[in-house]
Design a protein around this ligand. Structure first.
Ligand code: PTT
Ligand code: SF4
Length: 625
């Protein structure tokens, strides 16, 4: 890469531009806080967000740690572009060892905390240990208070936020958990005051295990920028260019719900636990229907593409409809009415559980009931669904307690054969795209570093438009290209990727913005190297956890997509071909410099500057040279 980080001296201490160089450590075992620093080398190698989180978790969470024990660490990390005046920068990464998958887990949340944390003087927070009684944390620049949350514990997210706003006002960053996180539901998320959610792999449960109800942050310092004037100028140009884009008007009307109809038309809509790809009632749930019900649009801070389209639910409460939410709590569980789906989404938000995994575990329970393994509920019964959601969140009774463990764990309890219809990969439930005839997207899901999430490589639109049936090398190349951009660049910068995806904001804006923020000349190729490093590091984490239980089958999609052809729709009879998928996976591994087990070779680790990781990993598995 060959660049030098510029530095400035403040009161004798060397500072970087773009980063504060400081991580706030909050230890809840003994109610202490301290600040640790990182140097230029660390910033250059991992950029921020996911990169910082992955390295901290690799270094500090020992193999075999129970994810819900005090030894796990909760990391909340910004990147050098988070919280700055540039498009959609109000994002942070929340990460920990996942209680759902047992591997590395993270999520991305839109929140004012991105800006406030940076202005408070920190790039990241690491929460260590666990409190005995419920607490929340208030950070205001150098002041960090650990306060009793005795009166807040048990509150659903909306009520909690209302209480904390009374105390701190609206001009703060606020992340919190609902009863889902408190009760250690394995797919609990962290909620933001702006209505967003993050941390699908149970990061909210990790926060709950630490008895940490909320983090409120207020920062008032200047941002450490190399060239603040240029940054403002380039950021303004970028903001101004967005509304001129062709797709901007439709995006502003429909947001992520835009894809609902397309999914139904292309047989990729998750329907009845991904058994089918088309839903006969899709018109009752799609974006056009949403537009007739929409009352408000919410969104993350610093964004001019706000996409939280909200309707009133059955109780007249606001419910935010994103495609994943509607796909998983709509057709995937047989719901035909958008207002009712809105009620289920609203419950998930207020309780603080992931809509995708919730839809998946409910679908799994309906199918398992149909097959005689459970007596839970039937598809489309909205009253029963509401009852079950409550039971899950409060772990009520045997059934609630069982389903709160998440699909993969329920399947393991019911019997190995039920794993055939447990729609997950590496333990994380698949988000809302049916891949009976999308080998590239199946590969993207299977090689995502946190388990089956579309966030790292949403190749499905490209795949369906080009050569859908191909298992050629171009699919592996496209997955890696997207993983570098989405999972590497956007997760470490850390900003929202939607300006690039949805309205076509060109990627080369980002090195320009990075130059203004950090003073460094980054090229996109420099960033891809960091992305590959982060991928190799996260893969090392998974392998270190699983040791000899790790194999390439961890990168396989569920049996349903191979063995059960689509029973209806224009693609009736389609399914993935296992042998060809395996060849595609081998091509992916070869392109990444990973061996046939899907483990980076020693030479790949070393090329990426991760010799120390290779040395540590070699204590657990033999590496290919
Ligand atoms: C994300 C996942 C998604 S992805 C959705 S809808 W999507 C679901 N949203 C949930 C929700 O809402 N409430 C809830 N209780 N559970 C939910 N689970 C699901 O979580 C989100 C947007 C969206 S909307 C997407 S695609 C993009 N994701 C980004 C990303 O991952 N990285 C990034 N740099 N930019 C992104 N921009 C977009 O952000 P997870 P958010 Mg989320 C209410 O968290 O764990 O990553 O899972 O992030 O701030 O809510 O914004 O059709
Ligand atoms: Fe948030 Fe949507 Fe804006 Fe991205 S585009 S920052 S998800 S409101």
């Amino acid at each position: 890469m060959g660049f030098q980080l510029p530095q400035k001296t403040i009161n004798g201490a060397i500072m970087m531009y773009g980063w504060n160089g400081k991580i706030l450590r909050i230890n809840l075992d003994n109610n202490t806080t301290k600040v640790t620093t990182f140097d230029e080398e660390f910033a250059r190698m991992y950029i921020g967000g996911r990169g910082f989180a992955a390295r901290i978790i690799w270094n500090e969470v020992p193999p075999g740690t129970d994810p819900l024990s005090p030894a796990n660490k909760l990391v909340i990390a910004t990147g050098p572009l988070s919280g700055l005046p540039l498009p959609s920068s109000g994002k942070v990464v929340v990460a920990a060892k996942s209680p759902l998958t047992g591997g590395y887990g993270d999520g991305n949340v839109g929140t004012k905390l991105a800006e406030h944390l940076k202005r408070a003087g920190y790039d990241a927070i690491v929460v260590e240990g666990a409190a005995k009684d419920p607490v929340y944390v208030y950070i205001e620049n150098d002041k960090v208070e650990i306060l009793s949350a005795e009166k807040l514990w048990g509150l659903p997210v909306d009520d909690l936020e209302a209480e904390l706003k009374k105390e701190y006002g609206r001009n703060v960053g606020m992340l919190s958990i609902g009863p889902g996180g408190e009760n250690l539901v394995k797919f609990a998320v962290i909620r933001a005051m702006e209505g967003r959610s993050g941390g699908r792999p149970g990061i909210g449960a990790v926060m709950g295990s630490k008895k940490l109800k909320a983090i409120v942050t207020k920062g008032t310092n200047e941002m450490p920028l190399a060239d603040g004037a240029s940054l403002k100028e380039i950021g303004k140009e970028a903001y101004n260019s967005i509304p001129k884009r062709e797709l901007y008007p439709i995006w502003m009307r429909q947001g992520t719900m835009m894809v609902f109809e397309w999914c139904n038309e292309t047989s990729t809509l998750p329907t009845y636990n991904f058994r089918e790809g088309v839903f006969e009632y899709s018109k009752e749930l799609d974006a056009n229907k949403m537009e007739t019900l929409k009352v408000k649009t919410l969104g993350c801070p610093l964004c001019n593409m706000r996409c939280g389209h909200s309707i009133k639910d059955e109780n007249d409460d606001l419910s935010e409809l994103d495609y994943e939410n509607v796909g998983m709590l709509g057709p995937n569980i047989g719901m035909k009415n958008l207002t009712q789906v809105g009620t289920l989404i609203r419950m998930a938000d207020d309780y603080g559980v992931d809509t995708i995994s919730l839809g998946s575990v409910l679908a799994f329970a309906a199918e398992s009931s149909e097959k005689g393994y459970l007596d839970a509920w039937k598809w489309g019964d909205v009253e029963k669904a509401k009852e079950l959601i409550k039971k899950i969140v409060y772990r009520e009774g045997e059934l609630g307690n069982l389903l709160a463990e998440g699909t993969v764990n329920v399947a393991k309890k019911l019997g190995e054969e039920t794993l055939k219809w447990a729609m997950q990969i590496k333990g994380l439930d698949i988000s809302a795209y049916n891949c009976h005839l999308c080998p590239g997207m199946a590969l993207a899901f299977s090689t995502s570093p946190i388990g089956a999430h579309h966030k790292d490589a949403w190749v499905i639109a490209w795949e369906v438009q080009t050569n859908r049936e191909s298992y050629g090398k171009e699919k592996a190349e496209k997955v890696i290209e997207f993983q570098r951009i989405r999972g590497g660049m956007f997760e470490s910068l850390t900003t929202c990727r939607l300006p690039w995806i949805e309205v076509g904001l060109e990627l080369d804006w980002y090195p320009r913005l990075l130059k203004a923020a950090t003073g460094m000349d980054w090229t996109l190729d420099d960033i891809w190297v960091v992305a590959d490093r982060i991928y190799a590091l996260i893969r090392a984490f998974w392998v270190r956890e699983l040791k000899d239980k790790w194999s390439r089958t961890m990168d396989y999609p569920p049996a349903r997509w191979f063995e059960e052809p689509l029973p209806s729709g224009p693609l009736k009879g389609s399914h993935l071909d296992k042998e060809k998928y395996d060849q595609l996976l081998s091509q992916y591994y070869a392109l990444r410099g990973w061996d046939e087990r899907g483990i980076p070779t020693r030479s790949t680790f070393e090329k990426l500057g991760l010799k120390d990781v290779a040395d540590e990993l070699e204590k657990y598995v033999q590496l290919t040279p």
